[in-house]
Design a protein around this ligand. Structure first.
Ligand code: ZN
Length: 277
């Protein structure tokens, strides 16, 4: 009983600490804008982590096309990403996670629309689901990517970036690398015949990685144009389901279950604590 009381009091103290605004008053010249660090520092702990599933492409944007002669192997990336998103949504425990899908059907969203939606949802993790594409059918394999730097200044009135030259080092990079290592190892174990293209710290400003201020990860499960990978997308193959299982398990294990004491999300609060002067 006494122990419960101590934990309760500790929770209250720590919780009220979290409520304190950690953001310093914005300097005058930045009025009307917020910065990535402002956003990250105001991220609060969440007992039910928000996971956003972004099924890449959609609608008029098909993503990568296999253009295969066989009807069964003639696939579009937008369909594969939607399938993965839907399956992953079903697999994640809704009591544990608040799972949000950016698209639930074949609709297209502009990248700025997606990021605006993401900013409002304040996610603990964003997974952007894709399959890769290349001119050379010999290019095959899976990879995971995050951005080394993230966009800093955004106009709060127009919800638009002020230009894409002002950026900061991604404060989630270290945790994202750790998470990708787990994902990569588990994927390799399940798909021993698939090429592991590794974990990429992207510098080419992929919007879903570069334009958001939350832990954001890009998944490329194979190449639709790959002569080896194409068979993973066959209707008769359960590869996509197996891969989704790996994603679901990794999310569940990376975010610890709500404990008796204080919950600390693996991505969310770390930069804020580090940023304390
Ligand atoms: Zn894509």
């Amino acid at each position: 009983m006494q122990k419960t009381l101590v934990i309760l009091l500790l929770s209250i103290v720590l919780f009220s600490c979290d409520q304190k605004p950690e953001t310093a008053a914005a300097p005058q010249e930045k009025k009307g804008y917020w910065t990535a660090l402002d956003k990250i520092r105001t991220k609060e702990t969440n007992p039910r982590p928000v996971i956003i599933l972004d099924a890449g492409h959609g609608g008029i944007d098909p993503g990568g096309l296999s253009n295969h002669d066989s009807t069964e192997l003639n696939v579009k990336e937008k369909d594969l990403t939607l399938y993965m998103s839907e399956q992953l949504y079903k697999k994640l425990d809704k009591d544990r996670f608040n799972v949000i899908r950016i698209r639930k059907k074949d609709t297209d969203f502009h990248r700025h629309e997606r990021t605006r939606y993401i900013e409002q949802a304040n996610p603990d993790l964003l997974i952007s689901l894709h399959t890769n594409w290349d001119r050379d059918s010999n290019t095959n394999g899976f990879e995971f990517a995050y951005s080394g730097r993230i966009l800093n200044y955004v106009d709060t009135n127009k919800k638009k970036p002020l230009g894409d030259t002002v950026n900061i080092k991604n404060p989630f990079a270290e945790q994202l690398t750790k998470y990708c290592q787990t994902l990569s190892a588990n994927t390799k174990r399940a798909f021993s015949g698939m090429r592991n293209r590794g974990i990429k710290e992207r510098t080419d400003r992929i919007w879903m990685l570069y334009g958001v201020h939350y832990p954001s990860l890009l998944v490329e499960f194979g190449f639709v144009t790959g002569k080896h990978d194409i068979f993973y997308y066959q209707k008769t193959s359960d590869s996509l389901d197996m891969f989704v299982n790996i994603l679901a398990k990794s999310i569940t294990s990376f975010f610890p279950p709500p404990p008796d004491s204080v919950y600390v999300p693996p991505f969310g609060m770390m930069p804020a604590m580090e940023a304390k002067e």
